[in-house]
Design a protein around this ligand. Structure first.
Ligand code: SF4
Ligand code: SF4
Length: 120
């Protein structure tokens, strides 16, 4: 279980799907001083913007399908220092019901998480 998010997300019932490669290309995008902080662990990624452009961003890549900071117990090993993108990612039942909302694509590609949210 991932205890990376404390709040409304039912992470205690999940298997850290958001920290594993399953329909998305990288574990987390980096912003601001995170780019320097995680420089040794990041790579460049080409990311399509909503307005059709492509930009290069620094991201934490997957290693063997997992974020390199996800421990074998499916817990974030850098919980207190995890990027803001990880802190912002929440699976909230009423928000994501039916696979719609900000994480709709993620939920469509992670039906186990969608089913979990639908039980809330
Ligand atoms: S996919 Fe959602 S419920 Fe599962 S660990 Fe990640 S934030 Fe928590
Ligand atoms: S840094 Fe931690 S919370 Fe963020 S994707 Fe990696 S394991 Fe998950």
């Amino acid at each position: 279980m991932r205890i990376a998010i404390i709040g409304d997300s039912p992470c205690h019932l999940c298997n850290a799907a958001c920290c594993k490669q399953n329909g998305h290309e990288y574990a987390a995008i980096l912003r601001g001083n995170e780019i320097r902080k995680f420089a040794a662990f990041s790579v460049d990624a080409r990311i399509a913007t909503d307005d059709g452009r492509t930009v290069i961003e620094k991201v934490l890549p997957y290693q063997d399908g997992r974020c390199q900071f996800l421990g074998p117990d499916d817990r974030c090993a850098i919980y207190d220092d995890r990027p803001a993108a990880c802190r912002a990612f929440q699976c909230i039942g009423h928000f994501n019901a039916g696979g719609i909302g900000r994480h709709g694509r993620f939920l469509q590609q992670n039906p186990t998480v969608l089913r979990l949210l639908e039980t809330l």
